[in-house]
Design a protein around this ligand. Structure first.
Ligand SMILES: Cc1cc2nc3c(=O)[nH]c(=O)nc-3n(C[C@H](O)[C@H](O)[C@H](O)COP(=O)(O)O)c2cc1C
Length: 182
């Protein structure tokens, strides 16, 4: 747990004169790169939807967990929060147009999946659609969440991973080097 005492211990209070470095101070926002390009699909109240996310990543190896950061103003936010599950889809380069569309248009304005004829399949474990033309789809149930600021980070327990057959070896390992990820 990070307390005020711990914070004080790690911060170096220096005057401007003391602080001399060859590097230039840069913006704090979005300082971790490269940012993943994933698509989160969800289902709630009879509606299916998907949005682009850059704020996501692995967050536990054992048990396998991923996290996705959703801004509360997104239409998908309530869908994900209320349904308690989502699918994290990894698009390849040939899905760039769909990715940008799902990342710039809101379900509030149109049914994105229908409007762009985006192929979906039902999840095997969770009640959410997976994007059939993405080579990897990770079905998750939400086990925890934290409001970090602009984003609400949902921690998803990995329930099932689908991958196009040609990328999976006999042990079930995905050869990501052979997928031309976006
Ligand atoms: C490259 C890229 C990354 C994005 N990353 C996120 C993200 O991590 N979290 C988020 O809530 N929105 C993110 N967005 C914005 C949403 O995908 C976008 O607002 C979308 O239209 C929301 O759809 P919805 O209102 O139907 O849920 C990103 C958009 C792009 C293009």
């Amino acid at each position: 747990m990070f307390t005020y005492e711990v914070y004080n211990r790690c911060i170096r209070f220096q005057s401007e004169e003391e602080f001399e470095m060859a590097k230039k101070e840069a913006l704090k926002k979005g300082s971790l790169m490269p940012m993943p390009k994933a698509l989160v699909s969800c289902r709630y109240n009879g509606e299916d939807n998907a949005l682009a996310v850059g704020y996501c990543g692995n967050c536990s190896y054992d048990p396998p967990m991923v996290m996705v950061g959703i801004v509360p103003s997104r239409y998908s936010y309530e869908m994900i929060k209320e349904s308690g599950c989502f699918v994290l889809n990894l698009p390849a380069k040939d899905y760039a147009d769909e990715f940008m569309y799902l990342g710039t248009v809101s379900h509030r304005d149109e049914d994105k999946l229908k409007a762009k004829n985006i192929r979906t399949e039902d999840g095997k474990v969770v009640d959410a659609p997976l994007l059939a033309d993405c080579p990897v789809n990770v079905e998750c149930t939400i086990v925890d969440s934290i409001m970090t600021g602009s984003h609400h980070m949902f921690v998803g327990k990995v329930e099932y991973v689908h991958a196009d057959e040609q990328y999976v070896d006999e042990d079930g390992k995905i050869d990501f080097s052979r997928i031309d990820l976006l």
